[in-house]
Ligand binder design. Structure first.
Ligand code: GLU
Length: 542
C-alpha cells in the first residue's frame, strides 16, 4: 500500500475499523436458489406518498414470492429534510398496510437499518477508497464550485466535478495532508475511473436495455457533516445488506452508470435494477402528470385512512396498476389472496407511469368491501367512525341492529357493491335509522308522479296486503297483486309486450313503496329492509 495515502486515510479517519470487519460481520446471505432480496429505502421527510406504498408492495411481493427477504432501510442522511418521528411514521404506514418487512429498525441481522447509525461503516469503506487512491479529499469552497460551474457554462461544457475541472483530483497527497493538518475544511470525493467517450450498456428489469456514457464525475461520497451521499450509501448498504434487486423510482436511472462504477471500484457484486415509473394522474383530458404531493390529496397515504378506503382495496388497486395482467387474474380468481397466489412480474411493470385513478380505485374498493362479512364491515366502519365521524359512531353504537342493516344483501352470490369507503356508510344506511329518515323530505317517485295515486297505492298496500310475517315470495306476490289492482302489469315482461294495456308495471309500484319508506329510489333488497325496520316503525313512516 502507498504509505502516503495510508497516512492521509488515517489522518482523515483515525479510529475507523478496517472494512474487512464489516465484510465478516455481514456475511453473504444464505438463501435458496432464486430467492431475491429487495428493499425500500424511504427518507423520513414527514410525507408518506402513496408511491412509497406502491414501491413497498412491489418489493415485498417479489421477495415473498421468491422465498427471499424484504427489508426497509431508513435513509436519513439529508439532515435538512429529516423530520422528527419520520422513520416511525414510515414504518407505521407499512405496518398499517400489512407490508411487513422481514428486517428493519429493531429486527434483522444486517442492521442498523437507519443510515445515520451507519456512519462508521461508510467511513470504513471511504477509508479503503482513500488508501487505494480511489477517493480523495476536496478542499474546494462553495464559491470555488460556483466558479467552476460558471466557467463550464461559459465554455459550453458539461457541468460537474470531473476531469480537468476537478481541481483537487490530482493534488499531491503531501499537500492534502498538510491542508488537513492545517485545519482546512474538506469533503471526500470518489475518484472516477470513467471515460465518457466510452459507452456502457445496462439491462434494467423494467426499462430494458439502456446505453449510457461512462460516468466521470468525481461525486462527493462523504459530506462535510460526516454523512454519506445517497450514491455512496446505496452502494455500501445494498452490498452489505445483500440486496439482489434494487427497485426504486426512475428518477435514479441517470445515476446507474455512477452506481455501477462505485460497485465495481468497491469490489462489490452489482445488484440488478428495476426502475419504476412514477404514478401518474390525468390532468385535463389528455395530458398526464406525476401524482403530486402538493396538488393531489390522494398522493398522501393518510388520505386513504381519512376517507376510510380499506387497506385491502388500496393494495388491490396498486397491484392492478403495477401489473397489467393482474386484472385478468383477479377475474379468474376472485377469492384468492393476491399476496400468496398471484405471480408478480417486475418486467411487466409499465415503463411510462401507471395512471392512478381514484374513481377506479373506488370501484376496486366496492368489490373488495362486497366480499367483507357484515361483521367486518361493521368493525371497520366503526373504527373509522370513532376517529372521524361521531354521528356515524352513534348510529353504529346499536351493534345488533347495525349488523342487520349492514348484512342486507351480503354474503350471498351477488353481494351489494355500494360501499367504496367507510365515509360513505353514513349516507348509504341513514334511512335505516329513524332519526335520520326525513318523512317529509321531497321524494323522487320516478314513473308514478300523481300524489293522490301514490297515497292510494301506499295506503292500500298497508291496509290490505302488508303482513310482516310474509316470506319473501308471498311479499312479492302481494306487491304484484297490488299492482294489478291499480292497473299496473304484474310482470315487467307483460308490460313490455303490451304497454298500452297498463299504466306501468310492478317495478313502478314497488318504487313508490320503496321511496315512501326509505326516501330513496335505489336501495338494496326492499323485503329485507322492511323486515329489519319492522311493522311499527314502517307505519310511522307513511
Ligand atoms: N432514499 C431514496 C429515495 O427516497 C431511496 C432510493 C432507493 O430506493 O435507492 O429516493
Amino acid at each position: 500500500m502507498d504509505e502516503k495515502r495510508k497516512e492521509l486515510a488515517d489522518l482523515i479517519y483515525p479510529d475507523i475499523k478496517d472494512y474487512t470487519y464489516y465484510e465478516e460481520m455481514y456475511p453473504a446471505r444464505n438463501l435458496p436458489e432464486g430467492a431475491e432480496v429487495l428493499r425500500v429505502a424511504p427518507s423520513p421527510t414527514g410525507f408518506i406518498h402513496v408511491g412509497g406504498l406502491f414501491q413497498g408492495l412491489v418489493a415485498k411481493k417479489v421477495a415473498e414470492q421468491t422465498g427471499g427477504v424484504f427489508f426497509v432501510r431508513i435513509e436519513d442522511t439529508d439532515q435538512k429534510r429529516k423530520i422528527e418521528n419520520g422513520a416511525e411514521e414510515i414504518l407505521n404506514a407499512f405496518e398499517e398496510y400489512d407490508i411487513i418487512p422481514d428486517e428493519t429498525v429493531g429486527k434483522g441481522n444486517y442492521g442498523p437499518y437507519v443510515q445515520s447509525e451507519r456512519q462508521e461503516i461508510y467511513k470504513s469503506y471511504a477509508k479503503k477508497l482513500l488508501e487505494e487512491g480511489n477517493a480523495y479529499p476536496c478542499f474546494c469552497s462553495p464559491e470555488e464550485l460556483d466558479k467552476i460551474r460558471e466557467d463550464q457554462t461559459k465554455a459550453q461544457e458539461r457541468t460537474g466535478y470531473y476531469g480537468k475541472w476537478a481541481k483537487c483530483r490530482n493534488m499531491p497527497v503531501d499537500m492534502a495532508i498538510e491542508k488537513i493538518k492545517n485545519g482546512d475544511p474538506y469533503i471526500v470525493r470518489f475518484k472516477s475511473p470513467g471515460n465518457p467517450d466510452k459507452k456502457i450498456r445496462h439491462k434494467d428489469i423494467i426499462k430494458g436495455s439502456i446505453e449510457f456514457p461512462e460516468n466521470d464525475q468525481d461525486i462527493v461520497i462523504i459530506k462535510s457533516d460526516g454523512l454519506p451521499t445517497y450514491h455512496f450509501a446505496h452502494a455500501v448498504d445494498d452490498h452489505l445488506m445483500g440486496t439482489t434487486i434494487v427497485t426504486r423510482s426512475d428518477e435514479w436511472v441517470a445515476s446507474v452508470p455512477l452506481h455501477l462504477q462505485l460497485f465495481q471500484v468497491l469490489g462489490f457484486k452489482v445488484p440488478r435494477y428495476g426502475h419504476t415509473a412514477p404514478l401518474m394522474k390525468l390532468d385535463g383530458d389528455n395530458s398526464k402528470r406525476k401524482l403530486s404531493k402538493r396538488k393531489d390529496p390522494e398522493a398522501a397515504v393518510s388520505y386513504y385512512t381519512e376517507e376510510g378506503i380499506p387497506k385491502e382495496a388500496v393494495k388491490e388497486y396498486l397491484m392492478n396498476i403495477a401489473n397489467s395482467n393482474f386484472e385478468i387474474w383477479r377475474k379468474q380468481n376472485p377469492d384468492k389472496d393476491m399476496m400468496k397466489d398471484f405471480t408478480f412480474e417486475l418486467n411487466k411493470m409499465g415503463v411510462s407511469g401507471a395512471l392512478f385513478d381514484l374513481v377506479k380505485m373506488q370501484d376496486v374498493s366496492k368489490n373488495v368491501i362486497s366480499k367483507f362479512t357484515a361483521e367486518e364491515v361493521y368493525n371497520e366502519a366503526y373504527k373509522w367512525a370513532e376517529r372521524y365521524d361521531p354521528e356515524l359512531k352513534e348510529m353504529l353504537d346499536d351493534k345488533e341492529y347495525s349488523l342487520k342493516v349492514l348484512g342486507i344483501e351480503r354474503g350471498n352470490q351477488k353481494p351489494r357493491k355500494d360501499i367504496a369507503k367507510w365515509s360513505d356508510v353514513k349516507y348509504i344506511i341513514s334511512y335505516m335509522y329513524d332519526d335520520k329518515f326525513d318523512k317529509n323530505a321531497e321524494k323522487e317517485y320516478q314513473k308514478i308522479t300523481d300524489k293522490e295515486e301514490i297515497e292510494k297505492i301506499v295506503k292500500t298496500y298497508f291496509d290490505k296486503y302488508y303482513d310482516d310475517s310474509d316470506d319473501k315470495e308471498t311479499w312479492f306476490n302481494k306487491i304484484k297483486d297490488l299492482s294489478k289492482e291499480f292497473g299496473y302489469a304484474r310482470e315487467v315482461k307483460e308490460y313490455k309486450a303490451n304497454p298500452d294495456a297498463y299504466k306501468g308495471h310492478v317495478g313502478d309500484v314497488s318504487t313508490v313503496i320503496r321511496v315512501t319508506l326509505t326516501g330513496r329510489a335505489n336501495t338494496p333488497d326492499l323485503y329485507e329492509i322492511m323486515k329489519i325496520i319492522g311493522k311499527e316503525r314502517l307505519l310511522k313512516r307513511i
